[in-house]
Each structure stands twice: as C-alpha cells, then as structure tokens.
Design a protein around this ligand. Sequence first.
Ligand SMILES: *[C@@H]1O[C@H](CO)[C@@H](O)[C@H](O)[C@H]1NC(C)=O
Ligand SMILES: *[C@@H]1O[C@H](CO)[C@@H](O)[C@H](O)[C@H]1NC(C)=O
Ligand SMILES: *[C@@H]1O[C@H](CO)[C@@H](O)[C@H](O)[C@H]1NC(C)=O
Length: 187
Amino acid sequence: MEEKKILWLALILHMITAPVYGRYYSQSVPYASPRKKVSKLHFFFHDRISGKNPTSILIARPNITGEDKSPALPFGSLFAVYDPLTVGPKPTSEIIGHAEGLYVSSSQDALTLVIYLDFGFTSGSFNGSSFSLFSRNPVTEKEREVAVVGGRGKFRMARGFAHLKTRFTNETDSGTVVECRATVVHH
Ligand SMILES: *[C@@H]1O[C@H](CO)[C@@H](O)[C@H](O)[C@H]1NC(C)=O
Ligand SMILES: *[C@@H]1O[C@H](CO)[C@@H](O)[C@H](O)[C@H]1NC(C)=O
Ligand SMILES: *[C@@H]1O[C@H](CO)[C@@H](O)[C@H](O)[C@H]1NC(C)=O
C-alpha cells in the first residue's frame, strides 16, 4: 500500500515538473555580483590575407576547384591570425597588442567566419591581460556583434560582447581595418 502511494506521488511530481517544450529560454532576471567590474574598450585591428606582410596565413583549405564563388575564402578555409591592435584606424597608429588565433570560413551561403581569437594587450592598464572571442562573424555585414567568452589576467572570468565595424577594405591585398568596441564584465 505504502509503495503504491509513493509511486503515485512520484508520478504526480513528474507531471508537475515535466518540461514543457514550448520555449528554449527562461525569463531573464536581473543579475548582480559585487565582485564584477565592467570595462569598455575601443581599438582597431588590421587584417591582411595577402600582399607583402600578411597578418593572416592560410593553413588549410579544401581541394575544390571551379564552382567556388569566393576565391580568397572558400568554405572550409582555415587561417592563423596575428593581427596588430592599434588605438586609431591608421596602420601607423600606436600598437597596443595583437589578436592571435584562428578563423575559419564557415558558411556555404554569405561569407561568414567563425573566429577563435585571443585579444592581448601590451600597454596601458591591461598590459599582459587578454580576452577571448569565440563567435561567428558575418563579415559581409558592415556592423556585427561577436561574443567575448573568457579572459586572463585582469580579464579573468570575462564575459561580454564586441561590436565590430569594417572601416576600410583594400581589395588588392584583402586588407581590412576593423573598429572594435567591446564591453567586458570581469573580476
Ligand atoms: C592596398 O594594398 C596594396 C598592396 O599591399 C598597397 O600597395 C596599396 O597601397 C594599398 N592601398 C591603400 C589605399 O592602402
Ligand atoms: C585536388 O583534386 C583534384 C581532382 O579531384 C585532384 O586531381 C588533385 O590531385 C587534388 N589536389 C591535391 C593537392 O590534393
Ligand atoms: C608591459 O608589461 C611588460 C611585462 O611586465 C613590461 O616589460 C612592459 O614594459 C610593459 N609595457 C608597458 C607599455 O607598460
């Protein structure tokens, strides 16, 4: 008898707590942590995949010939990145660090990159610290948002986002200057 009761109770409990598959998100509620700080950063990065001194080097690409429409970055192309970060948009502007990592051409429709980049700084208050971006980056859109997923040093436990805006494109050497405005919450 007791066992039966427990079984019923378990069944009712299950019915109450059974997930409802209507939405994939919960209601957003305020989140506050006194230990966290927020920093805003504004700088530019310079990326060139060809020319005399490329900052990004092709590591691998699929062997597909003929039908590909984006010759520089066909789907599946993987690049290693060492992009200088500067305070201003000009290449001669003061270098404050480098973005290091990888990006891969990740879409078969409009050109999209997925970026795996560590933005490290070599001057100012964040000298020696870096934050990590892991995000899709739809580069054909002039402005896009990417995710900040972590960091080191002063950016420990970083979370945030960055708005990227292409400021200049050089068709000859596929060079771009991208403005980055990041909002980073960290310890
Ligand atoms: C574009 O890139 C080429 C090759 O690197 C360079 O000679 C040229 O000066 C660049 N143009 C501009 C406007 O920066
Ligand atoms: C690329 O593919 C073509 C056709 O399948 C083949 O003949 C060629 O050897 C391949 N090249 C490389 C470098 O694998
Ligand atoms: C950045 O930190 C390194 C290592 O601590 C130090 O050698 C360098 O002088 C610092 N640079 C600036 C511009 O503060």
